[in-house]
Ligand binder design. Structure first.
Ligand SMILES: [Fe+2]
Length: 224
């Protein structure tokens, strides 16, 4: 697979990222997060009303790689041993209007807790649709032990409206998630970096596959 194609608009996103970093940090400190409430019995999590509160930021970590492929499909023969996970959501501005064309980057470790540092397995970017929606087909990542101790399973994320600052955060899993024989409640409780406001709303697994939802609320150029 070639990753040589990068459009001018993609480059301008990255350039804007560096400029927007300061305002992201300031906004994150001020934000008070309202945790989305999911009904575990519903066939699809109820979309929480947009609170207007920016999704809390989190540490980027050392394992982000630029120039990821544009894709919404992370599942490959190499990752198919993982517990399948499809999740979707909407990118909102802080005025609760959907953001179209927002850049979303996702990167995560695999079913063994390993990040692909040589290639782009379980790494990719996409742009939200006209209605602000995005979708990712992937696997549940496993916990791992790193420089910040044992990390609960999480998916690293960057979200950026066109011309806006970059939100860098991490998405977590509910305590009752079942994957790889791991105790997610213990892992979540033991993770020093976790922010429960960034927990994916998951439906009960069907046919070994989880579906879930997470809506982002981000600053935009017009709503700083
Ligand atoms: Fe990580």
């Amino acid at each position: 697979m070639s990753h040589a194609h990068h459009t001018p608009s993609r480059r301008s996103f990255i350039r804007t990222s560096a400029l927007g970093a300061t305002s992201v940090a300031i906004g994150a400190a001020a934000a008070t997060a309202a945790a989305p409430v999911a009904d575990a019995t519903a066939p699809w999590p109820v979309t929480p009303a947009c609170s207007g509160h920016e999704t809390p930021a989190a540490m980027e970590g050392p394992l982000f790689k630029p120039n990821s492929p544009e894709t919404t499909q992370f599942v490959t023969p190499g990752t198919s041993a993982g517990v399948l996970l499809d999740f979707t959501g909407v990118v909102y501005a802080t005025d609760c209007k959907p953001v179209s064309g927002a850049l979303l980057e996702f990167w995560q470790c695999d079913q063994n807790g390993d990040y692909d540092t040589a290639g782009f397995s379980l790494r990719g970017h996409q742009y939200s649709g006209a209605d602000g929606s995005y979708r990712l087909s992937t696997i549940v990542p496993r916990d791992y032990y790193g420089r910040w101790g044992r990390r609960a399973p999480h998916i690293h994320t960057q979200v950026q409206a066109p011309g806006g600052p970059v939100l860098v955060t991490q998405l977590y899993f509910p305590d009752n998630t079942q994957a790889y024989g791991r105790n997610f409640a213990e892992l979540n409780a033991g993770d020093a970096l976790i922010n429960r406001a960034c927990t994916l709303a998951l439906n009960p697994p069907r046919g070994g596959r989880y579906t879930g939802r997470f809506d982002f609320v981000i600053k935009t150029r017009g709503n700083l």
